[in-house]
Design a protein around this ligand. Structure first.
Ligand code: BES
Ligand code: ZN
Length: 423
């Protein structure tokens, strides 16, 4: 029985948990160092500041709340129940209505039919105008499940919240006339709760057709704040891409470290194939899964009749952060044609790696630095320097080869980050 592994795994999760802490900088050989980042790091860049900031300021909590309540009111969205089948078709209609509202004839909303269920998966496509064969995907499951009975599974958090996150992301993109260079697909997966079946079917089809998917982001559970930070990046090496996780760190540090849209984050793992990101990872695609809490702090109501919006205090503010992350991810991976106006005297961070040293320099910036943090691909903070100068060097001797992010935080709240590679 693969079904509902979650309660069992949770019992053992905390045992495994204790073994994952702490920096991992032992067993290293003297690193060789490259001067420029490898292509793997330059695949994911941040240069859409104006458009991203314009979009993330427009996220509306009320829309998210309404979608969660509407989905909860189906009673159950279990894949084999009539209301579960109906919900899947209705989500398709809502997304089509959004495309129609914004007069986007270029956007398609399609049913992906599965042999094993009458519930459909829904795939919305915003075709890229420059590299349409390159695809960026955000998704989440539309079905729900109850641990004992399948008739009373409101699934407000699991996973009406994910569908609401995707729907609000879509609305904001369309309200801002998003015209991506690469193709963006938004997916609502059928039948996740019986073993990731809908997403597995789609990922298999994409692999068979050799589709070029750059990255897949999963939204499953977004509205319950169980930990004292906002987002737990799932850094399970088996089912998530460390490269994508580093990019998410980069986005969160760039757009959400300070200012009007603060989002704090940490790291966690399910330690099993807990959601649809795993279906993509198993077919060799890069996937990531930003979670609403650490796994050990999971919403206790999921898979019960108590997974309601009321149990989350009729408040959708936690999901708002996931919409912002989804917008940042989609816009920065798919890119828009609009040019970014870079100020001549805007602060500029230069980072080079040479002779076991990380050399850095911040130009056009009058605030002193508060700290420099180095984060490795597992999301571990491997080094902290306090009160550094605005120009200097950090010894990397003894650090294992691999990709890192250096995060520079200034006393005035601003923050800068750069990825680099140690070989
Ligand atoms: N949303 C859960 C997975 C989850 C639970 C993620 C808690 C993070 C914290 C998902 O819908 C689910 O129930 N998955 C199943 C596994 C699947 C293979 C049937 C589970 O966890 O038992
Ligand atoms: Zn779920």
């Amino acid at each position: 029985m693969k079904k509902f592994l979650f309660p069992l795994i949770l019992l053992f999760g905390s045992l495994l948990w204790a073994q994952n802490g702490g920096p991992n900088i032992q067993n290293s050989t003297e690193p060789n160092i490259v001067h420029q980042p490898l292509s793997l790091l330059s695949d994911f860049t941040i240069d859409q500041d104006d458009f991203v900031n314009q979009c993330i300021a427009m996220v509306e909590e009320n829309n998210i709340a309404n979608t969660i309540i509407t989905l909860e009111n189906y009673g159950t969205r279990f894949h084999s129940k009539p209301s579960g089948v109906q919900a899947s078709h209705d989500i398709k209609d809502w997304w089509q209505d959004l495309a129609d509202t914004y007069e986007r004839n270029d956007i398609t909303v399609e049913a992906f039919n599965h042999s094993f269920s009458n519930q459909i998966s829904v795939i919305l496509t915003i075709p890229g105008n420059e590299s349409p064969d390159e695809i960026v995907i955000i998704g989440g499951h539309l079905d729900s499940g109850d641990f004992w009975l399948q008739d009373n599974a409101p699934g407000a958090d699991d996973n009406a919240s994910g569908i609401a996150t995707l729907t609000e992301t879509l609305r904001v993109l369309l309200a801002n006339d998003f015209q991506p260079k690469k193709t963006v697909q938004i997916m609502a997966y059928a039948a996740e709760e019986i073993g990731l079946n809908g997403s597995a079917d789609i990922a298999q089809t994409y692999k068979n057709q050799s589709k070029n998917v750059l990255g897949v982001l999963q939204f499953d559970l977004t509205n319950y704040k169980g930990s004292d930070f906002d987002i737990a990046l799932n850094n399970d090496a088996q089912y998530t891409s460390s490269e994508l996780n580093l990019f998410l760190i980069d986005l969160l540090e760039h757009y959400n470290a300070s200012g009007e849209h603060p989002i704090s984050y940490d790291f966690s793992k399910c330690n099993y194939a807990c959601s649809d990101h795993a279906s993509w990872a198993q077919k060799g695609y890069k996937a990531a899964f930003p979670m609403e809490s650490a796994f050990e702090d999971a919403n206790p109501n999921i898979h019960t009749p108590n997974d309601t919006f009321a149990a989350m205090n009729n408040d959708a503010s936690h999901s708002v952060k996931f919409v912002k992350l989804a917008l940042e991810f989609v816009i920065e991976t798919a890119k828009t044609i609009q040019l970014n106006t870079t100020e001549v005297n805007a602060p500029q961070l230069q980072v080079t790696v040479n002779q076991n040293k990380l050399l850095y320099k911040i130009d056009h910036f009058d605030s002193p630095l508060k700290s420099i943090v180095l984060i490795d691909t597992n999301g571990k903070r491997v080094l902290l320097t306090e009160q550094p100068d605005n120009q200097g060097e950090i010894s990397m001797t003894g650090f294992p080869a691999g990709a890192y992010i250096a995060v520079f935080k200034a006393e005035n709240g601003k923050s800068f980050s750069k990825k680099f590679l140690l070989r």
